[in-house]
Design a binder for this molecule. Sequence first.
Ligand SMILES: Cc1ncc(COP(=O)(O)O)c(C=O)c1O
Length: 359
Amino acid sequence: MIPISRPTFGPDEEQAVVDVMRSGQFAQGERVLAFERAFAAATGARSAVATSSGTTALFLALLAHGVGPGDEVITSTLTFIATANAICQTGATPVFADVDDTLNMSVETVAPLIGPHTRVVVPVHLHGNPCDVAGLGELASRHGLAMVQDACQAVGADVAGRPLGAFGTAVYSFYATKNLTTGEGGMVTTNDPVVAALCAALRHQSYSCREYVHDRIGYNFRMTELQAAIGLVQLGKLQAITSRRRRVAFHYDGIVPQGRFARPGTRAGAGHVFHQYTLRLPVGCAPERDQVREALAGAGIATGVYYPVPVHRQPAYLRYAGSCCANAERASEDMLSIPVHHALTDAEVEAVARALAAL
Ligand SMILES: Cc1ncc(COP(=O)(O)O)c(C=O)c1O
């Protein structure tokens, strides 16, 4: 079976891990610092703070932007549950926005949800497809709100050549299946030195310049040197990883049977990084999705649905079930993703393409 993702490390990552093991320095140290600096530079941000996961990165970024009980945070309902969980863990209330044909929330879907308690807008770049981050940033600042991008699936993405970090605070995940992985891990990038300092302190038990003196309650969300060493090597490969994913996606674009499937929209200038390559069945054909998935499985090709239940319909978020997110609900029923990862061999890409053409 050709898997939907295949975490792959080479001799460089292996050597980096061995070097850390021999160094005797495992906890957050100089490699974490080096990874943060290199990551900030690569993503167009002033600074970066490494964390234990994308979820903890988002949680810290929200806290650093002042989010807490009584606040509302607007985010997309079509996301991994972690986005909403991190919002709830701050004590704030998530407000779920619908998506447009890019499968991301937009200025049009977010604007009507802004109210007196809104504090932050959290756009998600789903599947690595950049949302209207400039438009949403302008909307947020017009209302005196902050924007924290959930770029967990979008490392390396850009808009008209500007990396996402240039548009304001963003969070990334380095989970095993992500385009850049450290097994587990995350990063906050920001252009705001106060936000950076707060995230850095909070992830380390609210460490201050006075040793073992803490002025607020903090957390242990640190990254290890092992993760950072792998991350540094992976970062060096990111351009090649992104190019490979784009080439595979471009190849599929030319093969997907027209009329049989639609593709999510992309905004002008969006530098999609294809964390997923997603197909949609046309209106009215959603019930056929299982047959399509079975046909592909029969040809040895795994598929995934990201995500089959929008957050406002999740059992854990039942009190939001009345939210009006018709586009996200339709997408959750009619989309599927096929393997696009950078570890696919040319023969595997051809096998996927043949199976697609035969559908
Ligand atoms: C959109 C989105 N947000 C948040 C997360 C959470 O990241 P992590 O799994 O590293 O905590 C993920 C990763 O799975 C994600 O895809």
